[in-house]
Design a protein around this ligand. Structure first.
Ligand SMILES: Nc1ncnc2c1ncn2[C@@H]1O[C@H](COP(=O)(O)OP(=O)(O)OP(=O)(O)O)[C@@H](O)[C@H]1O
Ligand SMILES: [Mg+2]
Length: 263
């Protein structure tokens, strides 16, 4: 049984006039297994965020099927946690309060809440920073808080939309390593949107390469390489070249909006 089934999913955003309509996704089909780390890779505007938002329950499908544990995806729920690029922390809450927030919403009793929050502070390496506010933290630390807050409610699926895109190269590499460590500890199903081929290869069990808009699956690649994965490893280099070529071929398509927009 797959954890997530995406079957023939289409999404059109309709404007006031028919000419305003945008077909973002067309017949997207793939599955993600339990505890699998799946990345979605593709040019700007190909519908990655749209797909993630539909899995999260923020957007409705136009047609097709989206099943989570064999049940059609509905409204947002605690079993699907979302981590955004801009962290989306509550600036008036401390690190501890931010991490505890979802547990409070879930009405977890105080004793358990305290235990789970402290565990997650430890998990993301923020012990000693519990009383700090988001503005007192670095970008990497803020993203750690966002990850801890998402994981604390024990979701089945973690949905991440370019979570490390705002970080500098050094912090980004560090957070990627942290992500692998946390994922190996927590074993969640992760859907991870990224523009970075290197990041996708470093992290994923599966990489969904999307076409330009309207996005559909260009290639569904299983990455069966041991972790940690090093850039100089020939298998990594070969895979990188293969994906780069797939992405570049997309740009050769005259209808590619990313090309038109110079992205
Ligand atoms: N709420 C909306 N209303 C109308 N059109 C939308 C809406 N959200 C997204 N779109 C359009 O759908 C297409 C896909 O957008 P989406 O944000 O999913 O792309 P993306 O792959 O996440 O891009 P990026 O890599 O730049 O974040 C784009 O053409 C976008 O303009
Ligand atoms: Mg996006």
């Amino acid at each position: 049984m797959s954890r997530l089934v995406v079957s023939d999913v289409c999404k059109a955003y309709t404007g006031k006039n028919t000419t305003d309509s945008v077909v973002a996704l067309q017949n997207v089909t793939f599955t993600v297994a339990h505890n699998e780390f799946c990345s979605i890779l593709g040019h700007s505007g190909c519908g990655k965020t749209t797909l993630l938002n539909m899995i999260a329950g923020f957007e409705r499908l136009t047609s097709g099927k989206l099943l989570l544990d064999e049940t059609p995806v509905g409204k947002p729920g605690w079993e699907r946690a979302v981590i955004f690029q801009d962290y989306a922390l509550f600036p008036w809450m401390t690190v501890y309060e931010n991490i505890a927030f979802g547990l409070e919403m879930k009405k977890v009793p105080l004793k358990e809440r305290t235990y789970v929050t402290e565990q997650h502070v430890q998990l993301v390496g923020l012990a000693g920073f519990e009383k700090r506010y988001p503005h007192e933290l670095s970008g990497g630390m803020r993203q750690r808080v966002a990850i801890a807050r998402a994981l604390a409610v024990d979701p089945h699926v973690l949905l991440m939309d370019e979570p490390f895109a705002a970080l500098d190269a050094q912090n980004r590499a560090m957070m990627q390593n942290e992500m692998i460590r946390i994922w190996e500890t927590e074993r969640k199903t992760v859907i991870f949107v990224t523009h970075s081929i290197e990041e996708a290869i470093k992290l994923s069990d599966r990489i969904i390469v999307m076409t330009c808009r309207p996005g559909h699956v260009k290639e569904n690649i299983v990455v069966d390489l041991p972790r940690p994965r090093h850039e100089e490893d020939p298998a990594v280099t070969t895979l990188k070249r293969r994906i780069r070529s797939l992405i570049n071929k997309e740009l050769e398509d005259e209808s590619c909006t990313a090309k038109k927009n110079g992205l």
